[in-house]
Design a protein. Sequence first.
Lengths: 160, 518
Amino acid sequence: MTTSSKPPRSRLDPDPVPRRDWLGLSALWTAGGALLFGMIGMLKLPKAAVLSSPSKKFRVPLPETLAAGEAYVPPGRSVALFKDAEGVYAVSTICTHLGCVVKANPEGFECPCHGSRFLADGTVTKGPAPRALPWLKVSLGGGMATIDEDTVVPPGTKVS
Amino acid sequence: MTPVDAGGPALREFVENLKAVPRRLKETAFRTGPPVTDRTRSTFVFGNVFLHLHSVRTHRWSLRWTTTMGLGIMTFAAFLIALVTGVMLMFYYKPFPDVAYQSMKDIHFVVPTGRLIRNIHRWSANVMVIGVILHMARAFYTAAYRRPREYNWLIGIGLLVTTLGLSFTGYLLPWDQLAYWAITIGANIAQSPREVTDALNITDYFDPGGFQKLLLLGSDQVGAEALIRFYMLHVMILPLVLAALMAVHFWRIRKDGGLVRPPDADERLTKKRAEETYPVFTEAPAKTYHLAAIVRGRTPNVGRGPENTVPSMPHLFYAELGVLMFTLLICVALSLVSDAPLKELANPNVPENPAKAPWYFLGLQEMVSFSAFMGGIAIPAIVLLGLALIPYLDRETKGTGEWFGGPGGWPLVRLSLLFGLAVPVLLEAFAIRFGWLREWFPDIPQLIVTFINPATVLTAIYALYSIWCIRRYESARAGALGLFTCFLCGFLVLTIIGTYFRGPNWEFFWSPADWPQH
């Protein structure tokens, strides 16, 4: 007969009871799983299926006289329209750095927030902006230009 | 025969009880009587739900002015002031675009004392931010984060982040130009992981930046959804998080053995004031171990008086009340001389120029003017991670509880102050005078500009300096002293440059008087 080398456990610190442990643990895991499952459903709440922002597509009358390289910014919009011999094109005026609205100047654009500079075709020349200003899709009809801010086109795409 | 007698014994007792109501009310509310003896002072503390977070007696070292300078209590007091004034403002504030701005105007010009309440709210928020930073510096320089207080240091970092989050979310609520453009910038910083995913051409499949911005704004631009989200975070979610973290923070102070003190604090206190040792018991206690409870150790302290401790009531509570009143004085005084700003109504088409965040974020803004992702997300994350790791990397014991304790000490901190101030000043001067990579090599890939810019170079120099400190003094504590001092200096220099020396288009100006008129 061998004696156990372990000291006897006291009433206050008994041996684990495996069956009770199993029931308790499975209850805990079930509760945790149910909560987690509910949370995953709730995670969808902050992301609406339709965004509340105003329409990204708009029509503006094309100005009759617009010198090549001169930007026309429709009121209330963050898009610059250009017109030259090859056609009409639109460049977004939302800075690719942190979303400020850039201002047109004779060389191109400048950002008031962190000093990024762009050429009139959107290329970055100075400052922290990581990308060029995107060109946006333009379609013409009846002296009006329709600009879709959601559709980016390759730079150099001009319509006439 | 009086009318009372006519009523019989029950009515007589009723009248007697009625007469005794004021006295009994007082007795039942203040059950233990006035706290004039040590025993009634003790019951005063542990019989009260709000006070029993403190222990009954406080070590004299904890009450020394230089131990904490009251900074933690000052931060808590500022939170209480902001809480009370914030609830008052909620009665008039309406979280909807444009209406929000009108309600701010109402609070400012129409509501009686509305302007003062708003000013106090704004100043207490500022005091809270300063307090939380200084309190962290105190805890660091006295090595209070060491065992067994590592976990409380982590909770403290959580409180720092939550405090900054509260300030940031409060910034949008006035819905003026300042608010609109600061939050536009902030939301785009949340989107800035795109700087890296775009350069790697994986944004279409993996876009954590876009998700963060959408989660924060509920839309792709700052609008009604964003305002209600920031409002809910500001008045409900973050205050609850803060309160929960504070409860744990205060509770841990007590469970970790009170405030940190040097191992020889008792000898030092007794040596210094041997002739005026404070009497521990003003009356002979009926049972010595009446209040004794064994938390750690084997025996109760029978026969050994708890030397160098004083009753928390009144010593500690009066000190805390003093700090609270002082904080209130600062907030009210500043509110009387300086009004909270309110610019024009938010205009999504014309950015404020320059668009500046609240002052404590201007160091960050200075860094994002080099790279949005590194300055706005990566470097702050590295700094927070570094702060959180301090107690786990410094496992030494020398200098615990001493100001600038540990190898190196004050001479090292002094050297680090000079180094930490000089490096960002020189780097900024160089970048302002000579430009940076994009100006020299216009076709340089974006990833190189993202990862090598003045902010990352500054971080790298600080990290190398810290490693030098570890080798020079053969101590992780010395490295932490160097790095933490550098971090405070960098924060200070970048914040000052962002606040005073940046003008329209974020260009450098010696003074706002030189700003071009526009």
